[in-house]
Design a protein around this ligand. Structure first.
Ligand SMILES: Cc1cc2nc3c(=O)[nH]c(=O)nc-3n(C[C@H](O)[C@H](O)[C@H](O)COP(=O)(O)OP(=O)(O)OC[C@H]3O[C@@H](n4cnc5c(N)ncnc54)[C@H](O)[C@@H]3O)c2cc1C
Length: 387
């Protein structure tokens, strides 16, 4: 039976980047659960894949900071930016720092797929389990058994099972003795406790807010959704939330005392969509009177809008989450090579590791750069062996 040099589990962002950058491609096979590669890349960034960010720091990630700091020194934003731009990607910048494909995510996927010419693949191939016998990995799949000397696990996290996500990467890690830190949906909306049920009536409306969660704070929009709250500021907050309250300033950059003494009505004075202002006034039991007639107590109640304490009931879950936070503990992973410290020739890349970025291109940045770094290592290693 054929023994491949490399088996890559998962043809998503990191798997494709890894295989693209191997010098010796012919002896490599990608096993992919879907009928096509890169399904998540295609739907990412609202269809335009936010592939990296002008400023990528360890502070933008939930991860072991020392590991990531060292890694990002060698793999800053420019490495990923230059990689794609030098291959003809047209890009656009959003929110000053986020790099997106100019027209569609397909542009970046085409570059990745072009890169894997010469690599073998098996599509609609779900990996079920892995064993290692006498230095050879035996990979059991729905398309039969595959054997290899190196095993590269780039199977991503748990979010979006409908486009191929499975727990296989975490299962393999545990099978080989790695710890997997608690997994949770992240970059995801929050569901509501009964106290906030009035939010549901505002479904579809979006407002600018500042959100504080622990020591982190995010500015951006909050979208009232059918099931709860979503939008960039909330998605970022979800990365750092596990339970308890977050604090929302619904009136960022607004001095509330400026409404005192005004002859205009409160719903006109508050810099919020009218429906939102009215919903909060009603919740706080304040009539939509003019600023002049506002009592001291009512003013105090209104101040809650500057630091609204909100305890989410939970999140929208993996079917809506952009990423899985938690993952394979970095303590047993070599930096730069991404090889297991426990099992020779076993590598883990991308989201399956305990590295989760904020919104803004950080997750692709890590998926792509961990893959590049690992491929470089294997290329160097094979030139040492074979000259
Ligand atoms: C809607 C959405 C939008 C996003 N937008 C952005 C964005 O704009 N910018 C950003 O930085 N991040 C974004 N992300 C996050 C980003 O897509 C991921 O972090 C990134 O794709 C992780 O790369 P990966 O290679 O680790 O995993 P993936 O890209 O998820 O690839 C894993 C691959 O493994 C395959 N696989 C899984 N299990 C098996 C199995 N048992 N057998 C065989 N194959 C298997 C999967 O089908 C998949 O193709 C978004 C995510 C979502 C869901």
């Amino acid at each position: 039976m054929k023994i491949y040099e490399n088996i890559v589990i998962g043809g998503g962002a990191s798997g494709l980047m890894f295989a693209s950058n191997l010098r010796e491609k012919r002896d490599t096979i990608i096993l992919e659960n879907n009928s096509k590669f890169g399904a998540k890349v295609l739907i990412s960034g609202g269809g335009r894949c936010n592939f990296t960010n002008k400023r990528v720091y360890a502070g933008n990630y939930l991860a072991k900071k020392s590991f990531l700091k060292e890694f990002l020194k060698e793999y800053p934003s420019s490495v990923i930016f230059d990689y794609f731009i030098s291959r003809g990607l047209n890009y656009t910048v959003k929110n000053e720092t986020q790099f997106f494909c100019k027209s569609s995510s397909k542009e970046i996927l085409d570059i990745l797929i072009n890169g894997i010419k010469g690599v073998k693949s098996s599509l609609n191939c779900k990996v079920l389990s892995v064993k290692k016998r006498d230095d050879i990995f035996e990979v059991d799949t729905t398309n039969g058994l595959f054997l290899s000397k190196n095993l590269i696990v780039s199977s991503g996290g748990l979010s979006f099972a409908k486009i191929g996500a499975t727990s296989i990467g975490f299962d393999i890690a545990k099978e080989f003795g790695h710890s997997v830190n608690s997994l949770n949906p992240a970059l995801v909306g929050f569901t509501l406790q009964p106290k906030e049920n009035f939010f549901k009536e505002l479904s579809g409306v979006s407002v600018d807010v500042d959100v504080k969660v622990g020591k982190k704070s995010f500015s951006g929009s909050l979208l009232f959704a059918h099931r709860g709250v979503s939008g960039p500021a909330i998605l970022n907050a979800s990365l750092y939330w596990s339970k308890g309250e977050i604090e929302i300033d619904f009136l960022p950059n607004f001095e509330l005392f400026s409404i005192k003494g005004s002859k205009k009505s409160l719903s006109n004075l508050l810099p919020l969509p009218k429906s939102v202002a009215k919903a909060f006034l009603s919740k706080l039991n304040i009539d939509d009177k003019n600023g002049l007639n506002l009592s001291k107590d009512e003013f105090k109640k209104l101040e809650q809008l500057k630091s609204y304490k909100f305890a989410p009931a939970g999140t929208f879950g993996y079917s809506k989450a952009e990423v899985t936070k938690g993952g394979i503990d970095l303590d047993r992973i070599e930096n730069f090579t991404f090889e297991s410290k426990l099992i020779n020739n076993l590598y883990f890349l991308g989201e399956v590791l305990d590295v989760t970025g904020e919104l803004g291109g950080y997750n692709f940045h890590f998926a792509f750069s961990s893959a590049l770094s690992c491929a470089k290592y294997l290329n160097d290693k094979s030139s040492i062996f074979y000259g």
